[in-house]
Ligand binder design. Structure first.
Ligand code: WTA
Length: 656
C-alpha cells in the first residue's frame, strides 16, 4: 500500500470502541480521573483488590530516598501463593493454567491444582539443594512448563531468579551468573528448535568452567527435555526427575516483605556491560495483574490468553508468568518457532485452543505479512477479541494487517509501550475505552504519568515536535535499581533531566490529538526483532577477535526486524582480509560471544572510521551508509574525506 492510500484508508476507519465491548471491559474511562485525583490512593486500591496480602501495608509509597522507591511499605505477601494457591483455594483448581504445546506437537494441560503441586515439589527440591531466601538462582531454559514452575518455586521461597534467554551464549551466561552470584542453575539437556534438538546444558557447563574464575555455582538442576546427550558432574549435577518428582506435593509458603527482591533480569544498556535490572514483589505483582486485566482485558473465567514472548525477556516474566497467573487466567504456552512444521502454526494453535487474547511483537507480524494473508485465512480465528503489540513501534501498515487478517477487522489492538525497567505496561490504549490510532501507543494508562521534554529539559505539548520521553511519577512495578550498582542506576535513569524525571531513553512526539508516538531509542541501544542490544556490547565482542583493531556498530532500519545490526570493522595491520570468509568469521564470532540474536546482518571491512576531533565515532554517518542514504553533514569530522574512503574501500558481507 502506498503512503497515500494507507492514510486515506486510516481516515475512513472507525476505530472508536465497538458497541458491546465497552460494557464488558475491565478498564474504564473513570479510572483516568480516579488515578489523576489520587495517584497513591488509586494504586493502594489496585494492590488491595488484586493481591492477597498476609499483612496489609501501612504506607503506599515511600519516596523519601528517591530514586529508590518502596511500595506498599510494611505489607507482606507470597507471590507464588498469589499466582497459584489462592486460585485453588477459591475453587478454581480445575481451571487450566497452561495449555502447553510442544514444538513437535506433544501437549500438556496444567490446571491450577497441578501447578500448585508442581510448584510445591520444586520449592521443596530447591530447599533440599540448600537454596535459601535471598540466594540467586539462574534459569536457562526453553519454553516449557518447568520453566514457569521453577520461577514460581523461586518466588515461593524468596530466592530471586535471574532468567537468561536460551539464545544467549555460554559467554553471556557466564557474565550474568557471575554478576548475580547465582549458586544454582536450572536448565534442560536441550531444546527443540525447528524440529531438531539443540544442546542447552553444554553452555551451562562452559559458563561454569570459564577461564580461571571460580564459579559461584554449586548445583545444576537439569530437566530432561530432548534426550540430548550431556556431560555429567556427579557432585554438581542433579536430574529434575530424580530430585523433584519424589518431593512432597505441599509446601508452606512464607510471607515476604513487599520489597523483597523477586527477580533480576539483564538487559542491554549503553555500555558493554549488561545491567541487572531488579524488581521486587508487591508493587511489581500489583502492576502486572492490573495491566493484564485492564490492557489485555483478560477475563480469567472465559478468555484463553496467549503471549508469544519467550520467558527469557521481561514480556515473558510479566505477561506469561506473573500477570496472568496472579489473575488466574488460562493461557497457551508454545515451545517452538512460528514456521515449524509450517507457516500456519500459530493460527492452528489459536484455532485449536480458541485463543481470545493474543499478545505479540511487530517483527512477528511483519514476518507473517511477508508469508502472506492466505495462510491465516485458512484457519478459524473467530475466537480472537483483543490483540496486543509490544517491543517496538508498530508501523500503521502492520497494524492494519494485524487487525484485518488476525483480528477479523474488529478486535482492538493495544500497542503497549514499556521496558524491562518499568516492569509492566506504561503507555497503551485501553480496549473498549480508547479510540485507537494505528502506530501510536497513545497515552499513559491510569496511574502512570509521562511527559515529553525538549533538549533543555522543559516539558512541551506542541504536536509533531520531537523530544525525550520521561516518566514523572513513581509507579509500583518500577525497577528498584541495577543489581550491585546503585550509582549506575541513578546516573542512567535519573540524571539526564534531573532527579524529578525518569529518562526512558526513547524519543517521542505528540500528534495533534495529543497521542504519544514513540520514535525509537535515542541512546546507543538497538532494537532488533524487539530484542534490546547495545552497540557497545557488540563492538566489544568484535574487538575481542584477534583480527579486529576497531569496530563501530549501528542499528540500521530493516523491513522485518525493525532494526538490524550493521558493523564497520577495521582489521589489524597484521590480519589479512579474506573477504567473505573474514566477514562470516566475524559474524559467527559475535554469535558465539553474545548469542545468535546479536549476529550482525552486515559486516563491512573499512579502512577508517568517521571520528570527530575529540575521537568520538560518528555513528550517524555510518547509519547513513548502512541505510544506503546520502551521507549527512560531515563538517565536524576530523578528516572529512574519510566517508568517501569508507564507501570506496568497503567490502561488504551480508546475512545468510
Ligand atoms: C521499545 C520490552 C515503541 C522502546 C517490553 C523501549 C517500544 C524498549 C514499544 C524496551 C512500543 C517497547 N512502541 N517502542 N509499544 N515497546 N518499545 O526492555 O524503545 O526489551 O525503550 O522491554 O523497547 O525494551 P525491553
Amino acid at each position: 500500500m502506498s503512503d497515500d492510500s494507507l492514510s486515506s484508508h486510516l481516515h475512513e476507519m472507525d476505530l472508536s470502541p465497538q458497541p458491546g465491548f465497552t460494557e464488558q471491559a475491565n478498564g474504564t474511562a473513570a479510572m483516568y480521573d480516579e488515578a489523576a485525583a489520587d495517584h497513591e490512593g488509586f494504586w493502594a486500591r489496585q494492590a488491595r483488590e488484586r493481591i492477597d496480602w498476609s499483612t496489609d501495608f501501612e504506607q503506599t509509597l515511600d519516596w523519601t530516598e528517591a530514586p529508590f522507591a518502596k511500595w506498599f511499605v510494611g505489607g507482606e505477601l507470597n507471590v507464588a501463593y498469589n499466582c497459584v494457591d489462592r486460585h485453588v483455594e477459591n475453587g478454581n483448581g480445575d481451571r487450566v493454567a497452561i495449555h502447553f504445546e510442544g514444538e513437535g506437537g506433544d501437549t500438556r494441560t496444567v490446571t491450577y491444582a497441578d501447578l500448585q503441586r508442581e510448584v510445591a515439589k520444586a520449592a521443596n527440591a530447591l530447599e533440599s539443594l540448600g537454596v535459601e531466601k535471598g540466594d540467586r538462582v539462574a534459569v536457562y531454559m526453553p519454553m516449557i512448563p518447568e520453566t514457569v514452575v521453577t520461577m514460581l518455586a523461586c518466588a515461593r521461597i524468596g530466592a530471586p531468579h535471574s532468567v537468561i534467554f536460551g539464545g544467549f551464549s555460554a559467554e553471556a551466561l557466564h557474565t550474568r551468573i557471575a554478576d548475580a552470584d547465582a549458586k544454582l542453575v536450572v536448565t534442560t539437556d536441550g531444546q527443540f528448535r525447528r524440529g531438531k534438538p539443540a544442546p542447552l546444558k553444554a553452555a551451562v557447563d562452559a559458563a561454569i568452567h570459564h577461564g580461571d574464575d571460580a564459579s559461584p555455582v554449586e548445583k545444576v538442576l537439569v530437566v530432561k527435555r530432548t534426550d540430548t546427550e550431556v556431560e555429567w558432574d556427579d557432585e554438581r549435577d542433579v536430574w529434575w526427575h530424580d530430585l523433584v518428582d519424589g518431593q512432597p506435593t505441599t509446601h508452606d509458603a512464607q510471607p515476604m516483605d513487599s520489597e523483597h527482591p523477586l527477580f533480576i533480569l539483564y538487559t542491554s544498556g549503553t555500555t558493554g556491560k549488561p545491567k541487572g535490572i531488579f524488581h521486587t514483589s508487591g508493587g511489581y505483582l500489583t502492576q502486572a495483574a492490573y495491566t493484564n486485566a485492564v490492557v489485555h482485558d483478560v477475563h480469567p473465567e472465559s478468555d484463553v490468553y496467549w503471549c508469544t514472548a519467550d520467558v527469557g525477556w521481561v514480556t515473558g516474566h510479566t505477561y506469561i508468568v506473573y500477570g496472568p497467573l496472579a489473575n488466574g487466567a488460562t493461557q497457551v504456552m508454545y515451545e517452538g518457532t512460528p514456521d515449524t512444521p509450517h507457516q500456519g502454526r500459530w493460527w492452528e494453535i489459536i484455532e485449536k485452543y480458541k485463543v481470545s487474547v493474543l499478545y505479540t511483537a511487530p517483527t512477528a507480524i511483519r514476518t507473517f505479512m511477508k508469508w502472506g494473508a492466505d495462510i491465516p485465512a485458512t484457519f478459524d480465528l473467530s475466537s480472537i477479541r483483543v490483540l496486543g503489540s509490544v517491543g517496538e513501534p508498530i508501523n500503521p501498515e502492520a497494524w492494519l494487517w494485524y487487525r484485518k487478517h488476525i483480528g477479523g477487522d474488529a478486535a482492538p489492538i493495544v500497542d503497549t509501550w514499556w521496558q524491562t525497567e518499568t516492569g509492566g505496561i506504561m503507555i497503551s490504549p485501553l480496549p473498549g475505552v480508547t479510540t485507537l490510532e494505528p502506530g501510536s501507543a497513545q497515552r499513559p494508562i491510569p496511574g502512570i504519568a509521562a511527559e515529553i521534554l525538549d533538549d533543555d529539559g522543559a516539558p512541551f505539548t506542541e504536536a509533531e515536535k520531537v523530544g525525550y520521553l520521561v516518566l514523572t511519577k513513581p509507579w509500583p512495578a518500577m525497577l528498584r535499581g541495577i543489581w550491585g550498582d546503585p550509582e549506575r542506576y541513578k546516573e542512567t535513569y535519573w540524571s539526564r533531566f534531573g532527579p524529578k524525571y525518569y529518562f526512558a531513553g526513547d524519543g517521542a512526539k505528540y500528534d495533534e490529538k495529543g497521542n504519544i508516538w514513540l520514535l525509537g531509542r535515542v541512546d546507543d541501544v538497538m532494537n532488533v526483532s524487539g530484542h534490546r542490544l547495545s552497540t557497545a556490547e557488540i563492538e566489544s565482542a568484535l574487538v575481542s577477535h584477534p583480527s579486529v583493531a576497531e569496530a563501530a556498530v549501528v542499528g540500521a532500519s530493516d523491513e522485518t526486524t525493525g532494526q538490524a545490526v550493521c558493523a564497520f570493522v577495521i582489521l589489524r595491520g597484521d590480519a589479512t582480509d579474506h573477504g567473505e570468509d573474514t566477514v562470516q568469521e566475524l559474524r559467527n564470532h559475535v554469535a558465539k560471544e553474545i548469542g545468535p540474536i546479536a549476529k550482525p546482518r552486515q559486516v563491512m571491512i573499512v579502512p577508517e572510521l568517521p571520528k570527530t576531533r575529540s575521537g568520538k565515532i560518528m555513528r550517524r554517518l555510518l547509519k547513513d551508509v548502512a541505510e544506503n542514504r546520502e551521507v549527512g553533514d560531515v563538517t565536524t569530522l576530523a578528516d572529512s574525506s574519510v566517508m568517501s574512503l569508507i564507501k570506496d574501500g568497503m567490502s561488504t558481507g551480508s546475512a545468510d
